[in-house]
Design a protein around this ligand. Structure first.
Ligand code: AGP
Length: 608
């Protein structure tokens, strides 16, 4: 979604801001803009379309100045046009504002300011902020922003500059992330650490209702009601090398190939073989409440929701908890009967997904113990949950989640194992799972070595208009995830069904031009899957079967077989998803799609 980057220092701001915008491109956007303080005549450039266009303008104009703000906009209020792009200016042309979030009462503020003589040129909610700050400005920008925000309802992460105060940037947040990056003689701010990583590894996360003043190499923070906050910088995990694509043509492919290490990182230091259990430091503070838990509700969106669906089967197998998995966006519409012994687990790669955040806040209000499984360290969900576990999958840039998914599955297994071993799960069962988990990274490497075979399958099927994915039990969420991957990056229509549902409707779709990906490893639901595959075959539907290495029984029914190594049934999803990710990637490339930035999508969905 929208992205902000701000700089104040001694270097030319233009290059740093453009570089920052490029680092934010993966989040999804449709227009961009830059404002640079430049003596008496501040510079402003805005474009609809790609950052490359604004880069061309900046190269041609070469604006001077070492303080500036920049923004990528994902349109909500008003079309993605140059006029609606940020930064927005006030009437004097001195104040510039970049904003993420939604100002809910902007129409009322706009009418009051219009009546007071301000004139507006865009259709956006954001423009009211620049005029509101102007109306409160009496020589101190920080004070004016602080005062203006008292009149604002809604969510914001903002960066503000004033041409009369060229050595400072003011940032503030409520419900939309802002992180500060502090270097030697320079300071930055961004809505996402990825825009800072190449400049500094010293960061500070702003909390809701806080405002910060950035000067070169220095920062100060206070609350919007004027309490000073003392906060140290912290080292950024991952660093700038995580942002480089290395030998890979796309981040999505790089991240698919990083999965063996992502699973190793998820497991590192967390396996206790002598007890056949997982060790999760982030949950130790809530051990007592976890021991008493009877009811688990998992909330998440998209790929993280499918990880949650998988977790339902896993927790039901390994523990005696009653488990529900709910879309975060639907959570508030259900009467979920949250009790003293209810645990709510929020799963999120970004840690900023607005629906997941709203769900966890609601669960907290109702008294549940709220846990997080989050990848981005220091993100809002990580900070607002009572306790939790980090995935440590590393920065994920591709809009399509890949390595964060396998990492989530791994950690969900560890959490279930931890809870299960405190109940009925035996040492032998626990230890068998730990050993199986340790095999997963090398087994993923084996699958990745067959990427060429998956590419050949993509060459055969990438012109299909529709695809069906089917699986049962542990593999059902993987069918859903495989279909999501295909549709989001290749734009091929794909849907997924629990294989047992075929007869209840979807089998009507089957015909020779409608291929099915059938997830059929030799696991606990394998025999039933064979019957479903035969039903599809009998209607002349082409089948790509994903099954265990050496299995010959599917040969007569499937056009194509993709083999994956053998492991415990409960662990096979960590393997089965990998060829589906590769298939989606190769289909997208063959169809000429922008895999890292699919149309209409954003990496982090920060509006509800
Ligand atoms: C899937 O590839 C997408 N990236 C999307 O479905 C994503 O999983 C969803 O928006 C939730 O994001 P989160 O994990 O950052 O909360």
């Amino acid at each position: 979604m929208c992205g902000i980057v701000a700089y104040v220092g001694s270097q030319p701001a233009r290059e740093i801001l453009i570089e920052g915008l490029k680092r934010l491109e993966y989040r999804g956007y449709d227009s961009s803009g830059i404002a640079i303080l430049n003596g008496a005549a501040p510079y402003l450039a805005k474009c609809a379309g790609k950052v490359a266009q604004i880069e061309q303008r900046i190269q041609a104009d070469s604006p001077e100045g070492a303080t500036g703000i920049a923004h990528t906009r994902w349109a909500t209020h008003g079309k993605p046009t140059e006029i609606n792009a940020h930064p927005h200016r006030d009437c004097t042309g001195d104040i510039f504002v970049a904003h993420n979030g939604i100002i809910e009462n902007y129409q009322r503020i706009r009418s009051v300011l219009t009546a007071a003589g301000h004139s507006f040129c865009s259709e956006t909610d954001t423009e009211v902020l620049s005029h509101l700050i102007e109306s409160h400005y009496k020589g101190n920008l920080e004070a004016a922003v602080q005062r203006a925000l008292q009149d604002v309802q809604g969510t914001y992460g903002i960066a503000v500059i004033h041409s009369g105060q060229p050595q400072q940037v003011i940032v503030a947040r409520r419900g939309s992330p802002i992180v500060l990056g502090i270097g030697k003689d320079e300071s930055l701010a961004a809505s996402d650490v990825s825009a800072l990583a190449q400049h500094t590894d010293q960061v500070v996360y702003l909390e809701d209702n806080e405002i910060a003043r950035l000067e070169p190499g220095r920062f100060s923070i206070k609350t919007l009601d004027n309490r000073s906050i003392s906060r140290e910088t912290q080292a950024l995990e991952g660093g700038s090398e995580a942002m480089d694509r290395g030998p890979y043509p796309h981040y999505m492919l790089k991240e698919i190939f990083e999965q063996p290490e992502a699973v190793e990182n998820a497991l590192r230091g967390r396996l206790n073989h002598s007890e056949g259990v997982a060790k999760l430091g982030g949950l130790e503070s809530v051990t007592d409440r976890l021991e008493k838990a009877r009811h688990l509700i998992i909330v998440s969106c998209g790929t993280s929701y499918y990880a949650g669906l998988y977790a339902r089967y896993v927790f039901e197998t390994l523990t005696d908890l009653t488990v529900e998995t709910e879309l975060a966006s639907e959570f508030r519409y259900r009467k979920l009967n949250i009790r003293q012994n209810t645990v709510v687990l929020a799963i999120s790669q970004s840690g900023e997904t607005a629906d997941t955040l709203a769900a966890l806040r609601e669960a907290k209000r109702k008294g549940a113990l709220v846990l997080g499984l989050v990848n981005v360290v220091g993100s809002t969900i990580a900070r607002e949950t009572h306790a939790g576990v980090y995935s440590h999958a590393g920065i994920e840039i591709g809009v399509a989640s890949t390595k964060s998914f396998t990492s989530q599955l791994t950690i969900l297994l560890l959490i279930a194992l931890l809870i299960g071993r405190g109940r009925d799960l035996s040492y032998e069962e626990g230890e068998r799972l730990l050993r199986g988990l340790e095999e997963v990274p090398d087994q993923i490497r084996e699958i990745l070595a067959e990427s060429g075979h998956i590419r050949q399958l993509a060459e055969i099927y990438s012109s299909a208009s529709h695809f069906l994915y089917v699986g049962r039990k542990y593999q059902y969420p993987i069918a859903l995830e495989g279909a999501l991957k295909l549709k989001e990056v290749s734009y091929i229509h794909a849907e997924a069904y629990a294989a047992g549902e075929m007869k209840h409707g979807p089998i009507a779709l089957i015909e020779p031009s409608f291929p099915t990906v059938a997830l059929a490893p030799e696991d606990s639901s394998y025999e039933k899957m064979i019957s479903n595959i035969q039903e599809i075959r009998a209607r002349e539907g082409p089948i790509v079967a994903v099954t265990t290495k050496g299995n010959t029984r599917l040969g007569p029914f499937a056009e194509h077989i993709v083999e994956i190594p053998r492991n415990e049934s409960i662990l096979m999803p960590l393997l089965a998803v990998v060829p589906l990710q590769l298939f989606a990637y190769h289909c997208a490339i063959l169809r000429g799609c922008d895999v890292d930035k699919p149309r209409n999508l954003a990496k982090s969905v920060t509006v509800e």
